[in-house]
Design a protein around this ligand. Structure first.
Ligand code: ADP
Length: 496
């Protein structure tokens, strides 16, 4: 047991602030690091101390292991929290932090390394009877035999980079005729992105849901899961709305997936917070996808339904404490939804829309949590991830959580840049979302930029026309619902 007195947070923005808040409640001092672009950032102002570690590009600041460890040593910090992104899944960083005599608030370098290589991870978890997507267990070297495997598992197949991440080096092959071409592309993409061109084949699940489990391990060999998060609403293979619990898991399936997630952790001798990602097919078969060896962006939905502060738990486990509860003591309460507010333009293929937050007014009220790193008048820096905020709403039921989220979106006022607020509202109002009948193809299937571009006046005119036609024809059905993909009523706060 080693009590932590001062933590350096090797990150920026909302996650740096979020970690600092929990540390402060525990009586632990905090050290911020920042690049020259972040001099007046909120995480810098909040911390007890702050150290500038270099110019704006992350390769010269937030990714500089040497500068970060130096800053920790200089300020007398005894631990480093990596947040998510940046160096959080870099095994060299975890190792060097430990070698410098500091505590890394995360898993061991060996667990990070194992789970960072997709094929090695699959081989390790297979020994623990975790279901895997059918596919090859070795890198493909010979196209002919790879094609044979593809025919055996059946098209469509997915070619994936073993060193992959962020959806890079991934190619769908619909039929044998395009195998060679797609394989060439996957290999060249993987080589340029990861310096490692090895690829493998998986069955392509055509209508998958992305369901992940929050797990926690300690250094005494205990592993628990804190239930699931449904993350199927994605654009560009990246999540944008998450919720807990998932509306499709039965208690039986939840137990089976939770147990498989704990086994993944056991296969990696895992301690700390981790996330085991699964895909679920339309027949409710689940398959291990990968494990993220860090705190996840969407961790607050789990905190809302379990009442557990995951950062405090990370810190306690890093100090050598046992997890202070058992699996049986955990229960879920209510329903939580997170929407990610990105500075990007849904009407323009979700491209980043960097600029100044001319107006920035957050919603408020019971059951609403906003994790952000901005104030009115600040600019969204061009160098980093364009997420402005995460808004998490908690209520007794899913229906109430949806209503609360929509109410809060309408209260959120952001001008000066385009955001994903209107897009999230559209999803939350959609029948497919409300009934729970959706998968990772939601955006592809239902979203068209036009649904957000409609002018409020045009909508009012439509309503007026609809009303007058009802008045003219009194015998008509007055209970007609709008089409499933009709735009939601949205009147203000949008930067149209
Ligand atoms: P990365 O590490 O690049 O993020 P993942 O393996 O986590 O790659 O997959 C990213 C996303 O791609 C998943 O959330 C899922 O939507 C999709 N995906 C991955 N594997 C499959 C598969 N075998 N079939 C269908 N979709 C998949």
């Amino acid at each position: 047991m080693r009590k932590i007195k001062k933590i350096l947070i090797a990150n920026r923005g909302e996650i740096a602030l979020r970690v600092m808040r929990s540390a402060r409640e525990m009586g632990i001092k905090t050290v911020a690091v920042f690049s020259e672009a972040d001099r007046s950032a909120l995480h810098v102002r909040f911390a007890d101390e702050a150290v500038c570690i270099g110019p704006p590009p992350s390769s010269e600041s937030y990714l500089r292991i040497d500068k970060i460890i130096h800053a920790a040593k200089n300020t007398g910090a005894d631990a480093i929290h990596p947040g998510y992104g940046f160096l959080s899944e870099n095994e060299d960083f975890a190792q060097q932090v430990e070698d410098a005599g500091l505590i890394f608030i995360g898993p061991s370098a060996r667990s990070i390394e194992l789970m960072g290589r997709k094929l090695a991870a699959k081989a390790a978890v297979a020994k623990f009877n975790v279901p895997l997507v059918p596919g090859t267990s070795e890198p493909i070297t010979d196209v002919l035999s790879a094609k044979k495997v593809a025919t055996q598992i059946g098209y469509p197949v997915l070619i994936k980079a073993s060193a992959g991440g962020g959806g890079k080096g991934m190619r769908i092959v619909e039929h044998e005729g395009e195998f060679n071409e797609q394989m060439e592309r996957a290999v060249s993409e993987a080589t340029s992105a990861f310096g490692d061109g090895s690829v493998f084949i998986e069955k392509y699940v055509t209508q998958p849901r992305h369901i992940e489990f929050q797990i926690f391990g300690d250094t005494h060999g205990n592993v628990v899961h804190l239930f699931e998060r449904e993350c199927s609403i994605q654009r560009r293979h990246q999540k944008v709305i998450e919720e807990a619990p998932s509306s499709v898991l039965t208690p039986k399936l939840r137990n089976a997936m939770g147990e498989a997630a704990c086994n993944v952790a056991r296969a990696a001798n895992y301690y700390g917070a981790g996330t085991v990602e699964f895909i679920l097919d339309e027949k409710m078969n689940f398959y291990f996808l990968e494990m993220n060896t860090r705190l996840q962006v969407e961790h607050p939905v789990t905190e809302m339904i379990t009442g557990i502060d995951l950062v405090k738990l990370q810190i306690r486990v890093a100090e050598g404490e046992k997890i202070p509860f058992t699996q049986d003591q955990l229960t879920m309460r209510g329903h939580a939804i997170e929407i990610r507010v990105y500075a990007e333009d849904p009407a323009n293929n979700f491209l980043p829309d960097i600029g100044t937050l001319k107006t920035y007014k957050r919603p408020d009220g019971n059951g609403i949590r906003i994790d952000d790193g901005f104030e009115q008048g600040m600019s969204v820096p061009f160098y980093y991830d364009p997420m402005i905020a995460k808004m998490i709403c908690h209520a007794e039921t899913r229906e109430q959580a949806i209503a609360k989220t929509i109410r809060a979106i309408d209260e959120y006022e952001i001008t000066g840049i385009e955001t994903t607020l209107g897009f999230c509202r559209y999803v939350l109002e959609h029948d497919a979302f409300r009934t729970g009948d959706f998968d990772t193809k939601f955006v592809e299937k239902y979203f068209r930029p036009e649904v957000l571009k409609r002018k409020p006046e045009a909508e009012e005119e439509m309503l007026a026309a609809a009303l007058s036609s009802l008045l003219i024809a009194p015998g008509t059905n007055t209970h007609q619902k709008p089409a499933a993909d009709a735009p939601g009523k949205w009147k203000k706060n949008r930067t149209l």
